[in-house]
Design a protein around this ligand. Structure first.
Ligand SMILES: [Zn+2]
Length: 436
């Protein structure tokens, strides 16, 4: 019988490791380290609960330590355990850098101890099944593979270590180790905003650094970057503001060179796709030219072609702090009543070189998605926006509707209308529901 010490009683420790250890013949859960709170003591009255790593390592009989703590602490705690002569299992991700990982493996070898990483999803039935049918040729020769795993909340949770800026935080370390992601869409929230959104082409800006970091960590990942000024301007509009005859409005032609700068900057940082969401006339062609001139010909454009002036964007604007400070975006976003204008804009974007065409929002515009599907050969993307998502969540919370059922119905309707690609905050939940 091997006595096991479990370090960490968060979601992974509580819902997973403690139960697996208890259910595994030959292992005995001897102690749990929970720094704060009494859940461990309440749930496992027969298990000793300690408050520090030192206290846990003082228990002589413990031979194996399972580490399920915030990602950045994996390496120092694992080191401490190995030095105290224990075998170690570390929850994924093993460490936040390759150097730390190599250091631990070397230390374990010197001390004659075992260390390994627990990568649960690699053993899931669905993952195994996919691997099987790919390797035995059931699917034939695969020429293209698409998958997505989006964030499902538009706001940050205060105090959550996964959502702070630090080496082991973020969706890449949190979710990617379950099943490496293949495409991400990035939106920027800069430190400073000004009238022309100049922080958006800063090579060390949030989106540029994220692209570089992601490409370093997971070179095969497809990264898309949203191109627009509204997240970066102090007035919250998507372009440059000029005043004519006492009326302030966005100037289309003065905005184009700035969007080109931004798109080139994201592409130079390594983005595979840029996704202009600004709705200025001629921007797809201008961005295509700017990219081609700098030999960034491989970088694709996913155009927000039919982006309607909509009340459904509220929760995202709140999260991105990008509500217009005066007026609204109706002069450059589309009139919801006008489908022919939407089709004309899509036509223009396609002519100017868009590789993918998007309709946004999705739910009140299913007829536009259908019309686009029938008219164009391009992949059609539909953006199921924050307000559409929040309505479902709010009504489900009050018990007015069956949330999962309505989510299914909505996503099915978008697909039925003809979308090839759905960008939605429901993605994680939906993926879990179909995975069973
Ligand atoms: Zn915008």
């Amino acid at each position: 019988m091997i006595d096991v010490g479990l370090i960490g009683f968060g979601l992974a420790g509580r819902a997973f490791h403690a139960q697996v250890i208890r259910a595994t013949p030959g292992l005995r859960l001897a102690a749990i380290l929970q720094r704060h709170g009494n859940e461990a003591a309440e749930k496992y009255p027969d298990v000793r609960v300690v408050r520090s790593v030192e206290e846990l390592l003082d228990i002589r009989d413990i031979r194996l330590v399972v580490i399920a703590t915030p990602n950045e602490t994996h390496a120092p705690i694992a080191r401490q355990c190995l030095e105290a002569g224990r075998d170690v299992v570390v929850d994924k991700p093993f460490t936040t850098t390759l150097k730390e990982a190599a250091g631990l493996v070397e230390l374990a070898r010197r001390r004659g101890r075992l260390i390994t990483v627990y990568q649960n999803r690699r053993y899931d039935g669905d993952f195994q099944a996919i691997r099987q049918i790919v390797s035995d040729g059931t699917l034939g020769r695969i020429v293209r593979f698409e998958t997505n795993y989006d964030r499902f909340r538009p706001d940050l949770k205060p105090g959550a270590w996964r959502e702070r800026v630090s080496p082991g935080s973020g969706i890449l370390f949190d979710l990617a180790p379950h099943m490496i992601d293949h495409a991400l869409v990035l939106f920027g929230l800069p430190e400073t905003k000004d009238a022309i959104g100049s922080s958006s082409w800063d090579p060390s800006g949030p989106v540029q650094s994220a692209i570089e970091g992601i490409k370093r960590a997971v070179p095969g990942m497809t990264v898309m970057a949203d191109v627009c000024l509204c997240e970066y301007t102090d007035h919250g509009h998507c372009g440059v503001i000029v005043e004519r005859n006492g009326v302030k409005d966005v100037d289309n032609d003065e905005t184009l060179p700035l969007l080109m700068k931004q798109a080139v900057s994201f592409a130079a940082a390594g983005a595979d796709f840029v996704a202009p969401s600004d709705m200025m006339d001629g921007r797809v062609g201008a961005i295509r030219r700017a990219l081609d001139e700098r030999s960034l010909t491989e970088v694709g454009i996913m155009a927000y072609s039919a982006k309607f002036a909509s009340g459904f964007y509220g929760p995202f604007r709140e999260a991105a702090e990008s509500s217009p400070q005066f007026g609204d975006r109706r002069t450059y976003q589309m009139d919801p009543a006008n489908i022919r204008e939407a089709l004309r804009e899509m036509e223009l974007d396609a002519e100017e070189g868009a590789d993918m065409i998007m309709v946004k929002p999705a739910l009140s515009y299913l007829d536009v998605i259908r019309a686009a599907r029938e008219r164009f050969e391009h992949p059609i993307a539909a953006y199921n926006v924050s307000g559409e998502y929040s309505m479902v969540k709010a009504a489900a919370e009050r018990g007015w509707i069956d949330g999962p059922r309505v989510m299914n119905e909505i996503l099915t309707s978008i697909k039925r209308a003809g979308a090839d690609l759905i960008i939605t905050y429901h993605a994680l939940e939906f993926a879990e529901s179909v995975a069973g």
